[in-house]
Design a protein. Structure first.
Length: 220
């Protein structure tokens, strides 16, 4: 059953509170999709790849799972390719014209540091291999340019649709401000949480090893 509320699609980069945003919507009673569809018996499916297959086949981008209200972390990263499906926001709006785009941002350099640490360096290594970067510095400079270009692209395209763009900086704005920007969704700020971070937390040697092992196992 399709929700009477417009879909909200996160169109910022990963490592910008995507899981907290998903918690916020899911914890407020909205069907939410974050990165993968998990199955008990079948293999987990990456949402970005499903979106790409729909586009290639000429179907609507969320065909087969368009009953969700919130979509986040729409990307695929492997050793051979990078695909950031959130950059297909024009196609999303073409297929679902009433969609609200949520441009989630944070301090750019803090975002880069978070990406470098993601998966204890596994994410960075995969990006460098997939994109053919010769050095970490080259990759990080590309990320800086990509960040600026994408944010400018979203803002310019949505200038004529200001009511359908919500921009939220998780470093400088409170979740209460985001809740106020989306009153129709009756979001519960207490569902936000603070996930994906380990600020100030020190683990023992065994705990640190298991954390690294688990992070690498889960890397996309």
């Amino acid at each position: 059953m399709t929700s009477p509320l417009p879909r909200v699609v996160q169109v910022g980069f990963n490592k910008c509170a995507t899981r907290s945003l998903t918690n916020l919507f899911a914890g407020s009673g909205h069907l939410s999709a974050h990165h993968k569809f998990k199955h008990l018996l079948a293999k987990n499916q990456n949402i970005a790849l499903m979106m790409r297959e729909n586009i290639k086949a000429g179907r609507k981008v969320f065909d087969g799972f368009d009953h969700h209200v919130f979509y986040a972390d729409l990307m695929w990263q492997s050793k051979s390719e990078t695909y950031e499906a959130f950059k297909d926001f024009r196609r999303i709006l073409s297929d679902y014209p009433d969609t609200i785009l949520l441009l989630n941002i944070r301090g750019r350099e803090a975002w880069i540091k978070s990406r470098v640490k993601h998966g204890h360096g596994t994410f960075l290594a995969m990006v460098m291999q997939a994109e053919g970067f010769a050095s970490e510095a080259e990759c990080l400079e590309f990320w800086r340019q990509d960040w600026e270009a994408h944010l400018a692209d979203v803002r310019a395209f949505m200038a004529s649709k200001p009511t359908q763009l919500v921009e939220f900086n998780s470093d400088t704005q409170s979740v209460d401000e985001l809740v106020a920007m989306l009153p129709a969704y009756h979001l519960d700020a207490q569902a936000w949480g603070d996930v994906g971070r380990s600020r100030g937390r020190k683990l023992g040697l065994v705990g640190a090893y298991l954390k690294r092992l688990n992070a690498r196992r889960k890397m996309r």
